[in-house]
Ligand binder design. Structure first.
Ligand code: BG6
Length: 299
């Protein structure tokens, strides 16, 4: 990456002590934000929040010690954005899982100082390359609000002449002390689809506990509480416009087969992901926009 990109980001948007830009790896520019009692790192590649620390507490997010930071590869950890499809695309299994914006270079649009922290806006839009994968005109803006409560707003719009349909999710990797001791509250009594091969539907009894490979889609839009006795904290999540929630942990064997996951680190993470999939896909007519929101914080 030309250092003059970093220099021009710092010259245009840098704010002494509050916002600065660095090159994390070749081709990967990150913004460091200090605002509202929090400290964050945001990758412009993928528009991915990588780290959020509040006070002296451990990071709210997990980032793999072996994550790749290379154009064309997804970053393992933080909060990836899955769009315009979630998971593998059934009609085109050859295309990247979770869409292509998590591996796109996003533009830094603006930084706004707010009473509660700072809002960073990043944007990306259709190009001939994206149209080869998904033949639609689109524009996406991600607003990331950094403060004691983090908030992500994904605003998608359709500047084209034809309607499009997109599925999507935020894919947060929350850092936990030991996933086997974690309970996730908020999904009791809701129906879930087991996304593992051969999985069917079932109803969640009590709290969600993880003791094996877990990949489930819950019909549950409400607030979730991730109780973590090892770190002595509770992470709360809230979602707007996402009717479902995916819970994922690769567990030991699958994690070992993932070259970008640090040894044993599956125990330090849990993904609780606001999702809009299947029959809930976002349908945008020409000229329409849609905003989806996600917040999380520690209590
Ligand atoms: C989850 C999916 O959201 O992401 C899983 O439910 C998937 O099926 C996981 O394995 C990780 O995906 P990736 O492409 O980031 O390794």
């Amino acid at each position: 990456m030309a250092t003059n990109l970093i220099d021009s980001l710092n010259a245009r948007h840098g704010l002494d002590g509050a916002l600065s830009f660095h090159e994390k790896a070749p081709g990967i520019a990150v913004a460091h934000v200090r605002a509202g009692g929090a400290e964050a790192e945001i990758s412009l590649y993928g528009a991915q929040l990588l780290s959020l620390k509040v006070g002296g507490a451990p990071d709210l997010l997990y980032l793999s010690s072996r994550s790749l930071f290379a154009p064309g590869k997804a970053i393992r950890g933080g909060v990836p954005v899955c769009w315009p499809w979630f998971g593998p695309r059934s009609d085109r299994p050859d295309l990247p899982v979770h869409g292509f914006v998590r591996t796109a270079q996003w533009d830094f649009e603006s930084a706004q100082t707010l009473p509660e922290g700072m809002r960073i806006s990043l944007a990306t839009s259709s190009t001939p390359e994206t149209k080869a994968l998904w033949p639609h005109d689109f524009r996406l803006r991600l607003e990331i609000t950094i403060g004691r409560r983090a908030r992500l707003d994904l605003v998608m719009s359709n500047p084209g002449a034809e309607a499009y349909s997109a599925t999507c999710a935020f894919h947060p990797y929350f850092r936990v002390g030991d996933v086997s001791g974690v309970s996730v509250l908020g999904m009791e009594g809701t129906v879930f689809a087991d996304r593992l091969p051969g999985g069917g539907e079932a109803t969640q009894g009590g709290a969600v506990r993880i003791d094996s490979l877990t990949d489930r889609l819950y019909a549950c839009p409400g607030v979730k509480r991730i109780l973590d006795p090892r770190l002595g904290r509770e992470i709360v999540t809230a979602q707007e416009g996402f009717p479902s929630t995916v819970v994922w942990n690769p567990w030991e064997e699958k994690a070992r087969a993932m070259p970008d996951m640090g040894e044993g680190e599956y125990r330090s993470m849990i993904c609780v992901e606001p999702a809009r999939v299947g029959g809930d896909a976002c349908l945008l007519e020409p000229g329409q926009s849609l905003r989806l929101g996600f917040g999380f914080w520690s209590e």
